[in-house]
Design a protein around this ligand. Structure first.
Ligand code: SAH
Length: 344
């Protein structure tokens, strides 16, 4: 099967059917600009070429198993099954004001094992392919089309650590940017990472001006190590040098999840201010979303607001995140598929 995302192989199918290049543009537009399906795309081709395309081109790579719509906000959780029987999740977000967004997964499970994240509990199975990463966006686009919406914002904040699957993730980002495909602007694609310095540097070199989000969660090495095992491998000092370079190239967002009694005290605040001093970052203070099996407790909203106010007073551009989709376990860190592979 030739993937619709395999430009070279698709070109060979085009050529052997002598399809004019402008018809391929209509074909691509039907899929990516008009959020049409297989039949709409095939309909743009000369009749003589349709059987070959229908037989040899793969249009879909994930099966949509379940859709859960939040009753309290504009979030929809989508559960997809891969061809080899894994389950992954994406979340469509329709904020009251702002662009329709999707939070997508880059791996089946995750190998980072952050103590506060539900995905880590399912372990790591494998990287998602380019086709599987992009199909989440393609299918979501089709889903929101009848609502008069289109996906204008993509965040790599679903399951997995995107920078530990750099080949597929970099290729997916390039497709999301490309005018002939998804045509999203650089500022509307965000990759979020636990902090893999060499991959972050490679990312900002490849995609200057594209936001990069770092899940910092503590500026104290010993605290961060306890929360995020990857911090042992990539210590804060090294990460800071990367942040300085990355912020000179594009927008860097720092995510700070607030956990009661763990990273929300005075010493934590001071360490954060000292750590980020002089680096032009945007700080996002995140509430902890609970999940079954976790003993951790989030910091209460008034304290989070106070923490954010102190950061603002120290000169940092700071916002408070309010997660959507908490009633359908679709909020940050709640994506987990324990039933993976059992439904094959
Ligand atoms: N692996 C990447 C992207 C996935 S997580 C990363 O770590 O950045 C996306 C964001 O949700 C990260 O900032 C992560 O730290 C945060 N997160 C994880 N678990 C959470 C939880 N239980 N509550 C709130 N945010 C959480």
């Amino acid at each position: 099967m030739v993937s619709i995302y395999d430009t070279k192989a698709l070109e060979a199918v085009r050529s052997r059917n002598a399809v004019q290049p402008h018809r391929m543009k209509l074909f691509r537009n039907a899929l990516f600009k008009k959020a049409g399906g297989r039949d709409e795309a095939l309909g743009t081709l000369p009749e003589s070429a349709r059987p070959d395309f229908a037989e040899h081109v793969g249009f879909g790579f994930l099966e949509l198993l379940e859709r859960h719509d939040s009753k309290i906000d504009g979030a929809s959780k989508l559960i997809f099954k891969t061809n080899d029987g894994h389950l992954i999740e994406s979340v469509v977000l329709r904020p009251a004001t702002g662009r329709t967004s999707i939070c997508i997964s880059s791996q089946v499970g995750c190998a980072c094992y952050c103590g506060f994240c539900a995905t880590g509990m399912m372990g790591f199975s494998r990287n998602l392919t380019l086709d599987e990463i992009l199909d989440q966006v393609t299918q979501a686009n089709r889903m929101v089309k009848p609502e008069g919406r289109s996906i204008r914002n993509v965040v790599f904040m679903g399951m997995g650590e995107p920078l530990l699957n750099p080949d597929a993730v970099f290729a997916a980002v390039a497709f999301l940017r490309a005018p002939q495909f998804f045509d999203l602007s650089a500022s509307h694609i965000t990759v979020s990472t636990v902090g893999i310095p060499h991959a972050m540097e490679h990312f900002v070199e490849t995609f200057p001006k594209m936001p990069l989000a770092l899940s910092l969660h503590s500026a104290r090495q010993e605290v961060r190590e306890k929360l995020m095992p990857q911090a042992r491998k990539y210590p804060l000092d090294q990460l800071r040098e990367t942040l300085v370079r990355a912020s000179a190239s594009g927008k860097v967002m720092i995510e700070y999840l607030m956990l009661s009694g763990i990273n929300d005290g005075e010493a934590d605040l001071q360490a954060l201010i000292d750590y980020l001093r002089g680096i032009p970052v945007h700080l996002n203070i995140i509430p902890f979303n609970e999940f079954a099996g976790s003993q951790l407790r989030g910091t209460a909203q008034p304290e989070r607001e106070q923490f954010a106010a102190r950061l603002k007073a120290a000169g940092f551009d700071t916002t408070l995140r309010y997660s959507l989709g908490s009633d359908i376990a679709a909020a940050c860190g709640q994506l987990v598929q324990t039933k993976a592979r059992s439904r094959q």
